[in-house]
Design a protein around this ligand. Structure first.
Ligand code: ZN
Length: 367
């Protein structure tokens, strides 16, 4: 047995969870920085719920809504300067992975003097502002992880800063904030969560505890495949996906992701393909590779998916993703070389070379 488990975030889930737990905001300070993107915090109703909660405790707030998809280093420095100017003492993140990941870096940069050259060096961070996270998508799991993933222009990819300081203090989960999510975002985020769970399960760092979380997340997401395809999701389905996404987040907090995410990052960086979709495009290639050495592990995965073969799973994912992008062989070679520099490649349970990655990308885009 390999019992090792750490997840310090207080998780609360349920309908109207923000309203029912509003006193929690008063624990962390008198002035909040609300970190969001342009739209989802407002359109989901989450921003209004948070502002009502803050008002009832006379907590002042500053809204920083400049977080773009795949947030840059510059935007988190800007957020930190806004937090300092307004004397904010805690951070509330509302949104999908981008606002949540950015909020972690903003909270840390407000408390530490770190140069832009050192922004990805987690040893530079010694303190952080308290953080309350409210996800408006069900995919990233950022609300329960120690990772902040930012666009890394120097290395032409996305890079993660990992620090135990980055676990939020509280995550408030309510599927009502996902009610108006569009079809593509709903599917891409569900596939992202599914990749987190599967990659964790097929990571060298998988443990008996992380596997409880990853396999349960896989089961729950698989139950929603038909509803996702029909884009017919009621509150209950949305809750299942949100719950599964947090379980998958807890799993990767212990194992990190593997080659699937690594191969997804260049597709996002160079071709602007959505993060979850990018992972979904390459996921099956990893599973075919693992099946050559660990068929028993793949059989357990198929059992959790309630499917009988990888081909069947391939068809499910392909039908959710629809038509694939055109990616040339020259691009594939660049993406493979870029991916090989990432340390998470070696977390994969099979040994992979640059040529393997070229083959895997080619199977997706050139066949
Ligand atoms: Zn992801």
């Amino acid at each position: 047995m390999d019992l090792s488990y750490y997840m310090p975030t207080k998780l609360l889930m349920g309908e109207n969870v923000v309203e029912k737990n509003k006193s929690i905001f008063s624990i962390y300070g008198k002035s909040a920085l609300i970190v969001t993107g342009k739209n989802s915090a407002k359109s989901s109703g989450a921003l209004d719920d948070v502002i009502n909660a803050l008002n009832s405790y006379k907590i002042s707030y500053t809204v920083f809504d400049k977080i773009m998809p795949n947030p840059t280093v510059d935007v988190v420095y800007l957020g930190a300067s806004v937090a300092k100017e307004n004397n904010c003492d805690f951070v509330i993140a509302i949104g999908g992975g981008s606002p949540m990941d950015a909020a972690k870096a903003i909270s840390a940069l407000t408390k530490n003097n770190v140069s832009k050259e050192d922004v990805f060096n987690s040893s530079k961070y010694h303190d952080i502002m308290p953080m309350i996270f409210i996800p408006t998508t069900a995919g990233t799991g950022s609300e329960v992880t120690q990772y902040s993933i930012l666009t890394d222009d120097k290395n032409e990819t996305k890079t993660s800063i990992a620090s135990t300081l980055f676990f939020p203090n509280v995550a408030l989960l309510d599927a009502k904030y996902m009610k108006n999510l569009g079809r593509a975002t709903t599917i891409n985020t569900a596939i992202d969560a599914l990749c987190h769970a599967i990659e964790s399960y097929l990571s060298k760092r998988n443990t008996s505890v992380s596997e409880i979380f990853s396999l349960e997340a896989i089961r729950l997401i698989a139950k929603e495949f038909n509803n996702l395809k029909k884009y017919d999701l009621d509150y209950n389905s949305r809750s299942n996906l949100l719950y599964a996404s947090s379980l998958a987040g807890i799993a990767i907090a212990h194992t990190s992701t593997v080659v699937v995410h690594v191969m997804g990052y260049p597709l996002t960086y160079y071709r602007d393909i959505d993060h979850g979709r990018a992972n979904g495009l390459v996921l099956l290639q990893y599973l075919y590779k693992v099946n050559e050495s660990y068929p028993d592990k793949i059989n357990r995965l198929l059992e959790a998916l309630n499917l009988t073969s990888l081909k069947e799973f391939d068809n499910v994912i392909s039908s959710l993703l629809g038509e694939k992008e055109n990616v040339s062989l020259d691009e594939i070679k660049k993406f493979a070389s870029n991916s090989m520099k990432k340390k998470n490649v070696s977390n994969s349970i099979v040994e992979l070379t640059e040529n393997d990655l070229i083959d895997m990308y080619s199977n997706v885009f050139l066949k």
